[in-house]
Ligand binder design. Structure first.
Ligand SMILES: Nc1ncnc2c1ncn2[C@@H]1O[C@H](COP(=O)(O)OP(=O)(O)OP(=O)(O)O)[C@@H](O)[C@H]1O
Ligand SMILES: [Mg+2]
Length: 150
Protein backbone atom coordinates (compact mmCIF):
# COMPACT_ATOMS: atom_id res chain seq x y z
CA UNK A 1 0.00 0.00 0.00
CA UNK A 2 1.50 3.30 -1.00
CA UNK A 3 1.32 6.53 0.91
CA UNK A 4 -0.14 9.41 -1.08
CA UNK A 5 0.55 13.02 -0.36
CA UNK A 6 -2.66 14.98 -0.28
CA UNK A 7 -1.71 18.54 0.55
CA UNK A 8 1.34 20.57 1.43
CA UNK A 9 1.49 23.91 3.20
CA UNK A 10 4.55 26.01 3.78
CA UNK A 11 5.30 28.50 6.54
CA UNK A 12 8.27 30.63 7.57
CA UNK A 13 8.94 31.55 11.19
CA UNK A 14 11.44 34.07 12.51
CA UNK A 15 11.78 33.05 16.16
CA UNK A 16 11.22 30.11 18.47
CA UNK A 17 8.07 31.86 19.72
CA UNK A 18 6.68 32.05 16.20
CA UNK A 19 7.32 28.33 15.77
CA UNK A 20 5.49 27.63 19.04
CA UNK A 21 2.59 29.75 17.79
CA UNK A 22 2.56 27.77 14.54
CA UNK A 23 2.49 24.55 16.56
CA UNK A 24 -0.62 25.82 18.30
CA UNK A 25 -2.29 26.46 14.93
CA UNK A 26 -1.25 23.15 13.45
CA UNK A 27 -2.74 21.33 16.44
CA UNK A 28 -6.16 22.03 14.92
CA UNK A 29 -5.48 19.60 12.11
CA UNK A 30 -4.29 16.89 14.49
CA UNK A 31 -7.37 15.10 15.74
CA UNK A 32 -6.31 11.76 17.20
CA UNK A 33 -5.29 9.14 16.31
CA UNK A 34 -2.32 10.52 14.33
CA UNK A 35 1.22 9.57 13.48
CA UNK A 36 3.24 12.72 12.92
CA UNK A 37 6.85 12.72 11.72
CA UNK A 38 8.96 15.75 12.61
CA UNK A 39 11.94 16.03 10.26
CA UNK A 40 14.88 18.38 10.38
CA UNK A 41 18.50 18.68 11.47
CA UNK A 42 19.63 18.99 15.08
CA UNK A 43 18.35 22.32 16.37
CA UNK A 44 15.90 22.80 13.51
CA UNK A 45 13.03 23.36 15.92
CA UNK A 46 11.18 20.04 16.11
CA UNK A 47 10.90 20.06 19.90
CA UNK A 48 10.03 23.76 19.86
CA UNK A 49 7.08 23.01 17.58
CA UNK A 50 5.87 20.30 19.96
CA UNK A 51 5.69 22.91 22.75
CA UNK A 52 2.95 24.70 20.80
CA UNK A 53 1.13 21.50 19.89
CA UNK A 54 1.12 20.24 23.49
CA UNK A 55 -0.04 23.60 24.80
CA UNK A 56 -2.91 23.74 22.30
CA UNK A 57 -4.13 20.35 23.51
CA UNK A 58 -3.92 21.54 27.13
CA UNK A 59 -1.62 18.58 27.61
CA UNK A 60 1.39 20.55 28.93
CA UNK A 61 2.71 24.03 29.48
CA UNK A 62 5.14 25.12 26.78
CA UNK A 63 8.02 25.33 29.23
CA UNK A 64 7.39 21.81 30.51
CA UNK A 65 7.90 20.29 27.07
CA UNK A 66 11.54 19.28 26.85
CA UNK A 67 13.49 17.02 24.53
CA UNK A 68 12.99 13.31 25.19
CA UNK A 69 16.64 12.83 24.26
CA UNK A 70 17.48 10.31 26.98
CA UNK A 71 14.09 9.00 28.07
CA UNK A 72 13.05 8.61 24.39
CA UNK A 73 9.34 9.10 25.12
CA UNK A 74 7.54 11.91 26.92
CA UNK A 75 3.82 11.54 27.53
CA UNK A 76 1.49 14.53 27.84
CA UNK A 77 -2.14 13.87 28.69
CA UNK A 78 -4.79 16.33 27.61
CA UNK A 79 -8.58 16.09 27.86
CA UNK A 80 -9.00 15.21 24.18
CA UNK A 81 -5.74 13.48 23.36
CA UNK A 82 -2.65 11.91 24.82
CA UNK A 83 0.50 13.13 23.13
CA UNK A 84 3.61 11.00 22.91
CA UNK A 85 6.71 12.98 22.01
CA UNK A 86 9.33 10.52 20.83
CA UNK A 87 13.00 11.02 19.92
CA UNK A 88 14.54 8.19 17.91
CA UNK A 89 17.92 9.87 17.33
CA UNK A 90 19.65 7.27 19.48
CA UNK A 91 17.54 4.33 18.34
CA UNK A 92 19.16 2.55 15.42
CA UNK A 93 17.86 -0.97 14.96
CA UNK A 94 14.34 -2.32 14.48
CA UNK A 95 15.03 -4.45 17.54
CA UNK A 96 15.73 -1.41 19.73
CA UNK A 97 12.63 0.22 18.31
CA UNK A 98 10.60 -2.84 19.22
CA UNK A 99 11.52 -2.53 22.90
CA UNK A 100 9.88 0.92 23.04
CA UNK A 101 6.48 -0.67 22.42
CA UNK A 102 5.22 2.19 20.29
CA UNK A 103 2.48 0.02 18.81
CA UNK A 104 0.70 0.09 22.14
CA UNK A 105 0.64 3.88 22.04
CA UNK A 106 -1.19 4.15 18.75
CA UNK A 107 -4.46 4.13 20.61
CA UNK A 108 -7.79 5.81 19.95
CA UNK A 109 -6.84 9.18 21.36
CA UNK A 110 -3.10 8.99 20.85
CA UNK A 111 -1.00 11.41 18.83
CA UNK A 112 2.56 10.32 18.19
CA UNK A 113 5.00 13.15 17.46
CA UNK A 114 8.20 11.47 16.33
CA UNK A 115 11.62 13.07 15.82
CA UNK A 116 14.00 11.07 13.60
CA UNK A 117 11.23 8.60 12.76
CA UNK A 118 12.19 8.68 9.07
CA UNK A 119 15.02 6.31 9.98
CA UNK A 120 12.45 3.53 10.02
CA UNK A 121 10.49 2.40 6.97
CA UNK A 122 7.35 1.62 8.93
CA UNK A 123 6.88 5.24 9.95
CA UNK A 124 7.52 6.44 6.42
CA UNK A 125 4.75 4.09 5.35
CA UNK A 126 2.26 4.82 8.13
CA UNK A 127 2.69 8.56 8.71
CA UNK A 128 -0.42 10.74 8.59
CA UNK A 129 1.44 14.04 8.75
CA UNK A 130 5.03 15.00 8.03
CA UNK A 131 6.43 18.32 9.18
CA UNK A 132 9.81 19.26 7.71
CA UNK A 133 11.81 22.04 9.36
CA UNK A 134 14.63 23.72 7.44
CA UNK A 135 17.03 26.10 9.12
CA UNK A 136 17.32 29.08 6.76
CA UNK A 137 19.18 31.35 9.16
CA UNK A 138 19.92 31.64 12.87
CA UNK A 139 16.29 32.42 13.69
CA UNK A 140 14.51 31.66 10.46
CA UNK A 141 12.88 28.33 9.69
CA UNK A 142 10.95 27.06 6.69
CA UNK A 143 8.30 24.67 7.92
CA UNK A 144 6.56 22.44 5.41
CA UNK A 145 3.51 20.49 6.49
CA UNK A 146 2.43 17.51 4.41
CA UNK A 147 -0.79 15.63 5.00
CA UNK A 148 -1.00 12.05 3.78
CA UNK A 149 -3.71 9.53 3.19
CA UNK A 150 -3.24 5.82 2.92
N1 LIG B 1 12.32 30.13 14.12
C1 LIG B 1 12.72 29.24 15.04
N2 LIG B 1 11.97 28.15 15.26
C2 LIG B 1 12.36 27.21 16.16
N3 LIG B 1 13.48 27.30 16.89
C3 LIG B 1 14.26 28.37 16.72
C4 LIG B 1 13.91 29.40 15.79
N4 LIG B 1 14.86 30.35 15.83
C5 LIG B 1 15.76 29.94 16.73
N5 LIG B 1 15.41 28.77 17.28
C6 LIG B 1 16.20 28.02 18.28
O1 LIG B 1 16.61 26.79 17.69
C7 LIG B 1 16.62 25.77 18.67
C8 LIG B 1 15.68 24.65 18.25
O2 LIG B 1 15.86 23.59 19.14
P1 LIG B 1 14.92 22.31 19.20
O3 LIG B 1 15.30 21.57 20.42
O4 LIG B 1 13.50 22.70 19.03
O5 LIG B 1 15.41 21.54 17.89
P2 LIG B 1 15.18 20.02 17.46
O6 LIG B 1 14.87 20.08 16.02
O7 LIG B 1 14.20 19.38 18.34
O8 LIG B 1 16.64 19.39 17.65
P3 LIG B 1 17.11 17.91 18.09
O9 LIG B 1 17.15 17.08 16.83
O10 LIG B 1 18.47 18.14 18.64
O11 LIG B 1 16.15 17.38 19.10
C9 LIG B 1 16.19 26.40 19.98
O12 LIG B 1 17.34 26.79 20.68
C10 LIG B 1 15.41 27.62 19.52
O13 LIG B 1 15.41 28.67 20.44
MG1 LIG C 1 14.28 17.71 19.57
Amino acid sequence: MSTVQKTTREFTTHSADETIALGRELAEMLSPPKLVLLRGDLGAGKTTLVKGIAAAFHAAQEEDVTSPTFTLIHEYRGPAATLYHIDLYRVDTPRQLETLGLDDLIAENGILLIEWGEKFKRFERDKDVEIVLDRLDENERKITVGIFRH
